[in-house]
Ligand binder design. Structure first.
Ligand SMILES: [Zn+2]
Length: 259
């Protein structure tokens, strides 16, 4: 057990670590990554040309077998500089969703095999080995009750980052766990809502990792095209001091530049 002086010193150190300034490159005020999940077809059919016209690079977390429906499209995504991540094979979430095999029934060994299989299939098909992972439904456990376990250590072992979903707070770079990055909702919100998230994040230099699904006209589970166009103009305005890049590139900076 720590004595009082050691405890105070430890507390002071922790406070310093949390409050010490973290520098984004080129005096930027915050960082933003745009990410989409599930290998949804609209990401290729609508997103590919749109992102090219807006000169934005995203991170796409592919799940199987959806990825195989547009292999040429994903290859084109890569050619245009987008990042390919892993979103598992079975897309297992809590059984309460009732659309996949339940996380409550998984073992860590099965989860490990499921994720390795997706990485293997993506590498065999697209020639790139994903270094980023997105937790299906943002859920990070297997099992139930007293025998439930986190599979975050598995992701930490296999990937540079793991991203959650529908998390309330964007990432504070000095302290965030790269294996459980907060994912900010990107579906069904208009540009003013996106801007409000960025303005709040700019106050203490956070990293916003937007997490979306479809790309199209405003609808549930869809990043709205018009909102995305307005967002692009806002992100590109030098007055706002925003570094926009893939999860992999920003994570590398965070990992090597924080105290
Ligand atoms: Zn998903």
């Amino acid at each position: 057990m720590l004595n009082r002086r050691a405890f105070l010193a430890t507390t002071a150190l922790a406070a310093t670590a949390q409050s010490s300034p973290f520098s984004w490159p080129n005096n930027k005020r915050l960082a933003v990554s745009l990410t989409w999940d599930d290998a949804r077809l609209s990401q290729i059919d609508t997103g590919l040309k749109l992102l090219e016209s807006l000169d934005l690079k995203g991170t796409f977390y592919l799940s199987l077998p959806a990825m195989k429906k547009r292999v040429d499209g994903w290859k084109e995504m890569m050619r245009q500089g987008h990042e390919i991540g892993n979103h598992s094979t079975a897309h297992a979430c809590t059984g309460n969703y009732r659309f996949t095999r339940a996380l409550e029934e998984f073992t860590l060994e099965e989860m490990s095999r499921d994720i390795d299989n997706a990485n293997h299939e993506i590498e065999a098909t697209l020639g790139v080995k994903p270094r980023q992972f997105a937790y299906p439904c943002g859920q990070k456990f297997i099992g139930r009750g007293k025998t439930a376990k986190s599979y975050i250590p598995l992701i930490a072992d296999k990937f540079d980052t793991g991203r959650g979903y529908l998390d309330e707070m964007p990432n504070y770079p000095q302290i965030c766990d790269l294996s459980q990055l907060m994912g900010t909702h990107f579906d069904g919100i208009d540009f003013p809502a996106m801007k409000a998230i960025l303005e709040k994040a700019a106050k203490d230099g956070r990293w916003v990792v937007f997490a979306g699904h479809e790309i199209g006209k405003s609808a549930p589970q869809t990043t709205d095209v018009e909102a995305l166009k307005q967002l692009a103009a806002y992100l590109k305005d030098p007055a706002h001091g925003i570094w926009v890049d893939t999860v992999g590139r920003i994570a590398k900076h965070v990992n090597t530049n924080r105290a």
